[in-house]
Design a protein around this ligand. Structure first.
Ligand SMILES: CC(C)(COP(=O)(O)OP(=O)(O)OC[C@H]1O[C@@H](n2cnc3c(N)ncnc32)[C@H](O)[C@@H]1OP(=O)(O)O)[C@@H](O)C(=O)NCCC(=O)NCCS
Length: 137
C-alpha cells in the first residue's frame, strides 16, 4: 500500500518530481523543462502531499492554501502505471485533511474533466482566470 504524507516542496528532488509529471502526462501541461520555474513551483506551494510506494514517488498533490478558507489544488498527478487504484482520491483526502475548513478549488486538465465530478467535485459556473500575459484593463 502507498503512503501519503505532507512534505515541504523545497525538499523534493526536482528531477524525481518532473519524471512523475511526465509519467502522469501532466508534464505536457506544466513547465517541467524550465528547471528554474518548476523548482519555484515546488518551493512556492505550501501544501504538498506525496504518495510513495516502497519509496517510489507515484503521485503528488501540489496546492496553495491559507489553511482556513481556500485551498487551490494546482496539480494532481498520478503515475499512469498506478492510476485508477485510488491514489488520486487519497491525495485529495490528505489535502483536505491538512486544511479541513478550506474549500478545494481547481482548474481541471482536459484529461481529468470526468474525474473530478466522479470523486465529488462540483463544477463552478463562474470561475475566472487572468493569464500572466493578459492585459489588465
Ligand atoms: C486524474 C488523476 C489524478 C486521477 O488519479 P487516479 O489515482 O487515477 O484516480 P483514482 O484512482 O483516485 O480514481 C477515483 C475514481 O475515479 C475514476 N477515474 C480515474 N480517472 C478518471 C478519469 N480520467 N475520468 C473519469 N473517472 C476517472 C476511477 O476509476 C475511480 O473510480 P471508482 O470510484 O469506481 O473507484 C490521474 O489519472 C492523473 O494523474 N491523470 C493525468 C494528469 C492529470 O490530468 N491530472 C489532473 C490535473 S488537473
Amino acid at each position: 500500500m502507498w503512503i501519503c504524507e505532507r512534505v515541504t516542496g523545497a525538499d523534493l528532488d526536482i528531477d524525481e518530481v518532473a519524471a512523475l509529471y511526465q509519467a502522469s502526462t501532466l508534464g505536457e501541461r506544466r513547465p517541467v523543462d524550465d528547471r528554474d520555474r518548476f523548482a519555484r513551483m515546488l518551493r512556492g506551494a505550501n501544501l504538498v502531499i506525496t504518495a510513495r510506494l516502497d519509496g517510489r514517488l507515484i503521485g503528488i498533490a501540489r496546492s496553495l492554501t491559507d489553511g482556513a478558507y481556500a485551498t487551490y489544488l494546482s496539480d494532481l498527478a498520478v503515475d499512469a502505471a498506478f492510476q485508477r487504484q485510488g491514489v488520486g482520491r487519497d491525495l485529495i483526502r490528505a489535502t483536505r485533511e491538512a486544511a479541513p475548513a478550506a474549500k478545494v478549488i481547481l482548474l481541471s486538465a482536459p484529461a481529468a474533466v470526468d474525474y473530478y465530478p466522479r470523486v465529488g467535485f462540483v463544477q463552478h459556473p463562474s470561475a475566472w482566470t487572468l493569464d500572466p500575459a493578459s492585459r489588465l484593463r
